[in-house]
Design a protein around this ligand. Structure first.
Ligand SMILES: [Zn+2]
Length: 229
């Protein structure tokens, strides 16, 4: 079991390659005995079981019934975040949440043509979020629209724990927090503006999707990424 922070579990073995750290998270909800999944991982491919199988394996090992996963929160549309969405939604019966712009692209209506891998299967998002929306998950999350990497990318911030779940708004490259890599981004200027906004938050722990999480004193790293932006 990999509980990186109290109530925050990183699914083991989710990386398709050892060089490509990926953080699919299971968050324990403060209310009741339910769980929230944050992003879903790639679909199965040769030599890789896929996000859904790995989440299932993790839950089985840690005695978490799949039916206790009540919500799947998405940061954005890219395939490494949505590739196991359909299977996991079917297996858990969870409600799916994303930004309202991203919801259209995840439903492939219209298909996404920007940089990065688009979703393979169309999936209907149930809860279409906008900036500032609260989500009753984990210990209370607030939605921050952080466009740039994709048009409807969101980050989720937990004020009571000062944890920022930043998706691909930032990457951790060899211990340095940087703005979302431009070759995978829809708009570099927007990505920069979004990180400047994230740098105003009181963040102790940063858990972005790629690279090792920064568990303590993370605000400084986000601020220096924003300064370079
Ligand atoms: Zn991405």
């Amino acid at each position: 079991m990999t509980e990186i922070l109290p109530g925050v579990h990183a699914i083991d073995g989710i990386d398709p390659s050892p060089d490509f750290t990926t953080n699919v998270l299971l968050l324990k909800d403060a209310k009741g005995s339910s769980w929230t999944l944050l992003d879903t991982g790639l679909p199965p491919q040769e030599g890789y079981a896929g996000g859904a199988a790995l989440v299932e394996r993790y839950c089985e090992k840690n005695k978490i019934p799949l039916s206790s996963i009540k919500r799947i929160l998405l940061t954005h549309l890219h395939l490494d975040h949505t590739g196991s969405l359909k299977t996991l939604a079917q297996k858990t019966g969870a409600k799916i949440y994303s930004h309202w712009i991203e919801a259209s692209f995840i439903a492939k209506d219209p298909p996404y043509t920007g940089p990065g891998m688009p979703p393979r299967e169309a999936v209907e998002v149930h809860e279409k979020l906008k900036d500032g929306d609260s989500v009753e998950a984990f210990e209370g999350l607030v939605t921050y629209h952080t466009p740039g990497h994709t048009p409807g990318h969101v980050s989720y911030y937990c004020p009571s724990r000062k944890i920022l779940f930043a998706g691909d708004a930032v990457f951790n490259v060899n211990g340095v927090v940087v703005v979302s890599l431009k070759e995978y981004s829809f708009s570099e200027p927007l990505a920069n503006i979004s990180v400047r906004r994230l740098a105003t938050l009181d963040v102790e722990s940063l858990v972005q999707y790629h690279g090792a999480p920064v568990l303590k004193g993370a605000r400084q790293g986000i601020q220096s990424a924003a300064k370079k932006a």
